[in-house]
Design a protein around this ligand. Structure first.
Ligand code: G1P
Length: 296
Protein backbone atom coordinates (compact mmCIF):
# COMPACT_ATOMS: atom_id res chain seq x y z
CA UNK A 1 0.00 0.00 0.00
CA UNK A 2 1.34 3.42 -0.91
CA UNK A 3 1.71 5.74 2.06
CA UNK A 4 1.30 9.45 2.04
CA UNK A 5 4.80 10.70 2.95
CA UNK A 6 4.86 13.45 5.55
CA UNK A 7 8.18 13.17 7.35
CA UNK A 8 11.63 14.51 6.58
CA UNK A 9 14.77 13.66 8.51
CA UNK A 10 17.66 16.11 8.39
CA UNK A 11 20.94 14.88 9.88
CA UNK A 12 22.68 17.90 11.39
CA UNK A 13 25.15 16.51 13.90
CA UNK A 14 28.33 16.91 11.88
CA UNK A 15 31.18 18.88 13.40
CA UNK A 16 31.78 21.07 10.38
CA UNK A 17 35.54 20.86 10.74
CA UNK A 18 36.09 22.01 7.15
CA UNK A 19 34.85 25.45 8.14
CA UNK A 20 36.87 26.02 11.28
CA UNK A 21 37.15 28.43 12.95
CA UNK A 22 33.70 29.63 11.81
CA UNK A 23 32.15 26.44 13.15
CA UNK A 24 33.92 26.40 16.48
CA UNK A 25 30.89 27.67 18.38
CA UNK A 26 28.27 27.56 15.66
CA UNK A 27 26.84 24.64 13.68
CA UNK A 28 27.86 24.54 10.04
CA UNK A 29 24.17 24.35 9.09
CA UNK A 30 23.83 27.96 10.28
CA UNK A 31 26.42 29.32 7.84
CA UNK A 32 24.60 31.85 5.68
CA UNK A 33 24.14 31.21 1.99
CA UNK A 34 23.68 34.84 0.92
CA UNK A 35 21.36 35.86 3.79
CA UNK A 36 19.72 32.64 4.91
CA UNK A 37 21.29 29.81 6.90
CA UNK A 38 21.91 26.73 4.76
CA UNK A 39 19.54 24.68 6.92
CA UNK A 40 16.60 26.96 6.15
CA UNK A 41 16.87 26.25 2.42
CA UNK A 42 16.71 22.55 3.22
CA UNK A 43 13.67 22.86 5.48
CA UNK A 44 11.96 25.02 2.85
CA UNK A 45 12.63 22.35 0.25
CA UNK A 46 11.07 19.66 2.45
CA UNK A 47 8.01 21.82 3.07
CA UNK A 48 7.67 22.63 -0.63
CA UNK A 49 7.46 18.88 -1.26
CA UNK A 50 4.66 18.56 1.29
CA UNK A 51 6.76 17.34 4.21
CA UNK A 52 5.68 19.41 7.19
CA UNK A 53 7.04 17.11 9.86
CA UNK A 54 10.80 17.57 10.14
CA UNK A 55 13.11 15.73 12.48
CA UNK A 56 16.58 17.17 12.89
CA UNK A 57 19.18 14.83 14.26
CA UNK A 58 21.51 17.20 16.06
CA UNK A 59 24.52 17.02 18.32
CA UNK A 60 26.47 19.20 20.70
CA UNK A 61 26.74 22.86 19.84
CA UNK A 62 23.44 22.95 17.99
CA UNK A 63 21.36 25.34 20.09
CA UNK A 64 21.55 27.96 17.36
CA UNK A 65 19.57 25.65 15.08
CA UNK A 66 16.72 25.35 17.55
CA UNK A 67 16.78 29.07 18.19
CA UNK A 68 16.63 29.83 14.50
CA UNK A 69 13.33 28.01 14.10
CA UNK A 70 11.87 29.47 17.29
CA UNK A 71 10.40 32.86 18.12
CA UNK A 72 12.64 35.73 19.15
CA UNK A 73 10.44 38.15 21.01
CA UNK A 74 12.85 41.05 21.60
CA UNK A 75 13.77 41.25 17.93
CA UNK A 76 10.14 40.94 16.85
CA UNK A 77 9.09 43.69 19.28
CA UNK A 78 11.85 46.01 18.07
CA UNK A 79 10.98 45.53 14.42
CA UNK A 80 7.30 45.99 15.20
CA UNK A 81 8.00 49.25 17.04
CA UNK A 82 9.93 50.48 14.03
CA UNK A 83 7.16 49.39 11.68
CA UNK A 84 9.70 47.33 9.72
CA UNK A 85 7.27 44.75 8.37
CA UNK A 86 9.54 43.44 5.62
CA UNK A 87 12.20 42.36 8.11
CA UNK A 88 9.62 41.12 10.57
CA UNK A 89 8.32 38.87 7.82
CA UNK A 90 11.85 37.49 7.35
CA UNK A 91 12.01 36.69 11.05
CA UNK A 92 8.64 34.91 10.96
CA UNK A 93 9.49 32.86 7.87
CA UNK A 94 11.65 30.43 9.79
CA UNK A 95 9.41 30.31 12.86
CA UNK A 96 6.23 29.01 11.31
CA UNK A 97 7.77 26.99 8.56
CA UNK A 98 7.16 23.42 9.75
CA UNK A 99 6.60 21.16 12.71
CA UNK A 100 10.23 20.72 13.70
CA UNK A 101 11.44 18.09 16.15
CA UNK A 102 14.94 17.53 17.44
CA UNK A 103 16.76 14.40 18.40
CA UNK A 104 20.17 14.73 19.94
CA UNK A 105 22.57 12.06 18.76
CA UNK A 106 24.90 11.46 21.69
CA UNK A 107 27.76 9.76 19.88
CA UNK A 108 27.84 10.51 16.17
CA UNK A 109 28.72 7.25 14.38
CA UNK A 110 28.03 8.28 10.81
CA UNK A 111 25.14 9.09 8.51
CA UNK A 112 23.56 5.64 8.80
CA UNK A 113 23.62 5.93 12.57
CA UNK A 114 22.03 9.39 12.40
CA UNK A 115 19.21 8.06 10.22
CA UNK A 116 18.69 5.13 12.59
CA UNK A 117 18.00 7.62 15.40
CA UNK A 118 14.86 8.66 13.51
CA UNK A 119 13.30 5.21 13.80
CA UNK A 120 10.89 5.89 16.68
CA UNK A 121 9.78 9.18 15.19
CA UNK A 122 9.27 7.86 11.68
CA UNK A 123 7.62 4.54 12.51
CA UNK A 124 6.48 2.27 9.70
CA UNK A 125 6.18 4.81 6.90
CA UNK A 126 8.40 5.82 4.03
CA UNK A 127 10.22 9.09 4.75
CA UNK A 128 12.69 11.49 3.21
CA UNK A 129 16.27 12.21 4.24
CA UNK A 130 17.79 15.54 3.24
CA UNK A 131 21.48 16.31 3.74
CA UNK A 132 22.25 19.93 4.45
CA UNK A 133 25.41 20.13 2.36
CA UNK A 134 23.44 19.78 -0.86
CA UNK A 135 21.16 22.63 -1.85
CA UNK A 136 18.71 21.98 -4.66
CA UNK A 137 17.52 25.00 -6.59
CA UNK A 138 13.86 25.60 -5.82
CA UNK A 139 13.27 26.12 -9.54
CA UNK A 140 14.24 22.48 -10.19
CA UNK A 141 12.12 20.46 -7.78
CA UNK A 142 13.60 17.05 -7.10
CA UNK A 143 12.10 15.76 -3.88
CA UNK A 144 8.52 15.84 -5.12
CA UNK A 145 9.50 13.69 -8.10
CA UNK A 146 11.30 11.25 -5.82
CA UNK A 147 8.22 10.96 -3.63
CA UNK A 148 6.04 10.23 -6.67
CA UNK A 149 8.53 7.62 -7.85
CA UNK A 150 8.57 6.03 -4.39
CA UNK A 151 4.80 5.67 -4.47
CA UNK A 152 4.89 4.24 -7.96
CA UNK A 153 7.62 1.65 -7.41
CA UNK A 154 7.17 1.05 -3.68
CA UNK A 155 10.97 1.01 -3.42
CA UNK A 156 13.55 3.27 -1.81
CA UNK A 157 14.68 6.12 -4.06
CA UNK A 158 18.00 7.97 -4.09
CA UNK A 159 18.88 11.08 -6.06
CA UNK A 160 21.72 10.65 -8.53
CA UNK A 161 23.86 13.21 -10.28
CA UNK A 162 26.31 12.65 -13.08
CA UNK A 163 29.70 13.94 -11.89
CA UNK A 164 33.13 14.17 -13.45
CA UNK A 165 34.92 10.84 -12.92
CA UNK A 166 37.62 12.54 -10.83
CA UNK A 167 34.93 13.67 -8.39
CA UNK A 168 33.29 10.32 -7.72
CA UNK A 169 35.55 9.58 -4.74
CA UNK A 170 33.59 12.23 -2.82
CA UNK A 171 30.26 10.38 -3.13
CA UNK A 172 28.41 7.12 -2.98
CA UNK A 173 28.60 5.68 -6.51
CA UNK A 174 25.85 3.64 -8.20
CA UNK A 175 25.89 0.51 -10.31
CA UNK A 176 22.62 0.38 -12.20
CA UNK A 177 20.36 -0.97 -14.92
CA UNK A 178 18.19 1.27 -17.07
CA UNK A 179 14.40 1.28 -16.75
CA UNK A 180 11.81 2.39 -19.31
CA UNK A 181 12.11 5.91 -17.86
CA UNK A 182 15.35 7.66 -18.98
CA UNK A 183 15.52 9.52 -15.65
CA UNK A 184 15.13 6.43 -13.48
CA UNK A 185 17.56 3.55 -12.99
CA UNK A 186 17.33 0.38 -10.94
CA UNK A 187 20.28 0.30 -8.60
CA UNK A 188 22.14 -2.99 -8.44
CA UNK A 189 25.04 -1.85 -6.26
CA UNK A 190 26.36 1.11 -4.29
CA UNK A 191 29.89 1.87 -3.15
CA UNK A 192 30.76 4.60 -0.67
CA UNK A 193 33.48 6.95 -1.93
CA UNK A 194 35.25 4.64 -4.38
CA UNK A 195 38.48 5.46 -6.15
CA UNK A 196 38.04 6.52 -9.76
CA UNK A 197 39.37 3.11 -10.91
CA UNK A 198 36.98 1.08 -8.80
CA UNK A 199 33.85 3.24 -9.23
CA UNK A 200 31.00 1.35 -10.89
CA UNK A 201 29.89 4.53 -12.72
CA UNK A 202 30.05 8.29 -12.44
CA UNK A 203 26.49 8.50 -11.15
CA UNK A 204 26.85 9.91 -7.64
CA UNK A 205 24.33 9.78 -4.83
CA UNK A 206 23.46 13.31 -3.77
CA UNK A 207 21.92 14.08 -0.43
CA UNK A 208 18.26 13.32 -1.07
CA UNK A 209 16.70 9.96 -0.23
CA UNK A 210 13.12 8.71 0.02
CA UNK A 211 13.37 5.51 1.98
CA UNK A 212 11.17 2.64 2.98
CA UNK A 213 11.14 2.02 6.74
CA UNK A 214 12.83 -1.34 6.20
CA UNK A 215 16.05 0.69 6.05
CA UNK A 216 15.97 0.82 9.87
CA UNK A 217 16.08 -2.96 10.19
CA UNK A 218 18.98 -3.07 7.77
CA UNK A 219 20.84 -0.22 9.48
CA UNK A 220 20.55 -1.95 12.82
CA UNK A 221 22.68 -4.78 11.45
CA UNK A 222 25.03 -2.72 9.33
CA UNK A 223 28.62 -2.85 10.52
CA UNK A 224 30.78 0.25 10.52
CA UNK A 225 32.26 0.78 7.08
CA UNK A 226 34.37 3.53 5.61
CA UNK A 227 35.98 5.71 8.28
CA UNK A 228 34.67 3.39 11.00
CA UNK A 229 31.22 4.92 10.54
CA UNK A 230 27.84 3.30 9.93
CA UNK A 231 27.21 4.29 6.34
CA UNK A 232 23.76 4.79 4.87
CA UNK A 233 25.26 3.77 1.53
CA UNK A 234 26.18 0.34 2.94
CA UNK A 235 22.63 -0.24 4.17
CA UNK A 236 21.23 0.78 0.78
CA UNK A 237 23.73 -1.51 -0.92
CA UNK A 238 22.26 -4.42 1.04
CA UNK A 239 18.76 -3.33 0.11
CA UNK A 240 19.52 -3.43 -3.61
CA UNK A 241 19.41 -7.24 -3.47
CA UNK A 242 16.96 -7.79 -0.59
CA UNK A 243 13.52 -8.18 -2.10
CA UNK A 244 11.69 -7.73 1.21
CA UNK A 245 12.98 -4.13 1.34
CA UNK A 246 11.50 -3.25 -2.05
CA UNK A 247 14.87 -2.58 -3.70
CA UNK A 248 16.46 0.75 -4.58
CA UNK A 249 15.94 3.02 -7.60
CA UNK A 250 17.79 6.16 -8.56
CA UNK A 251 16.26 9.33 -9.98
CA UNK A 252 18.78 11.17 -12.12
CA UNK A 253 18.75 14.86 -11.31
CA UNK A 254 19.54 17.21 -14.18
CA UNK A 255 18.84 20.50 -12.43
CA UNK A 256 20.83 23.01 -10.44
CA UNK A 257 22.50 21.83 -7.25
CA UNK A 258 24.84 23.75 -5.00
CA UNK A 259 27.30 22.02 -2.75
CA UNK A 260 27.93 23.92 0.46
CA UNK A 261 29.97 21.16 2.05
CA UNK A 262 33.40 22.58 1.38
CA UNK A 263 34.81 26.05 1.22
CA UNK A 264 35.26 26.53 -2.48
CA UNK A 265 31.84 25.14 -3.41
CA UNK A 266 30.25 27.17 -0.63
CA UNK A 267 31.76 30.35 -2.06
CA UNK A 268 30.63 29.40 -5.57
CA UNK A 269 27.08 28.75 -4.31
CA UNK A 270 26.88 32.16 -2.68
CA UNK A 271 28.20 34.01 -5.74
CA UNK A 272 25.90 32.10 -8.07
CA UNK A 273 22.75 32.50 -5.98
CA UNK A 274 23.42 36.16 -5.16
CA UNK A 275 24.14 37.06 -8.78
CA UNK A 276 20.76 35.61 -9.80
CA UNK A 277 18.76 37.46 -7.18
CA UNK A 278 16.68 40.43 -8.22
CA UNK A 279 17.73 42.49 -5.22
CA UNK A 280 21.48 41.79 -5.45
CA UNK A 281 22.21 40.63 -9.00
CA UNK A 282 21.97 43.98 -10.80
CA UNK A 283 24.72 45.41 -8.62
CA UNK A 284 26.76 42.26 -8.19
CA UNK A 285 26.98 41.08 -11.83
CA UNK A 286 28.73 44.15 -13.30
CA UNK A 287 31.08 44.21 -10.32
CA UNK A 288 31.89 40.54 -10.84
CA UNK A 289 32.67 41.11 -14.52
CA UNK A 290 34.97 43.96 -13.64
CA UNK A 291 36.63 41.98 -10.89
CA UNK A 292 37.22 38.99 -13.15
CA UNK A 293 38.59 41.23 -15.92
CA UNK A 294 41.03 42.78 -13.44
CA UNK A 295 42.44 39.35 -12.51
CA UNK A 296 45.43 37.91 -14.30
C1 G1P B 1 27.28 11.51 2.21
C2 G1P B 1 27.05 10.07 1.77
C3 G1P B 1 27.47 9.88 0.32
C4 G1P B 1 26.74 10.88 -0.56
C5 G1P B 1 26.99 12.31 -0.06
C6 G1P B 1 26.13 13.29 -0.84
O1 G1P B 1 28.65 11.75 2.26
O2 G1P B 1 27.74 9.20 2.64
O3 G1P B 1 27.16 8.57 -0.09
O4 G1P B 1 27.19 10.74 -1.88
O5 G1P B 1 26.66 12.43 1.32
O6 G1P B 1 26.43 14.61 -0.51
P1 G1P B 1 29.31 13.05 2.96
O7 G1P B 1 29.28 14.12 1.92
O8 G1P B 1 28.46 13.38 4.15
O9 G1P B 1 30.70 12.65 3.31
Amino acid sequence: MAHHITKAVIPAAGLGTRFLPATKAMPKEMLPVVDKPAIQYVVEEAVAAGLHDVLMVTGRNKYALENHFDRVYELEATLERKGDHARLQKVHESTNIADIHYFRQGDPHGLGHAVLQARMHVGEEPFAVLLGDDLIDERDPLLQRMITEQGKRNASIVALLEVEPDQIHLYGAAEFEPTDDPDVVRITGLVEKPSVESAPSNLAVIGRYVLRPEVFQVLEHTDPGMGGEIQLTDALQQMTSAEWTGGVYGLIFRGRRYDTGDKIDYIKAIVQLASERDDLGPELRPWLRQFVASMH
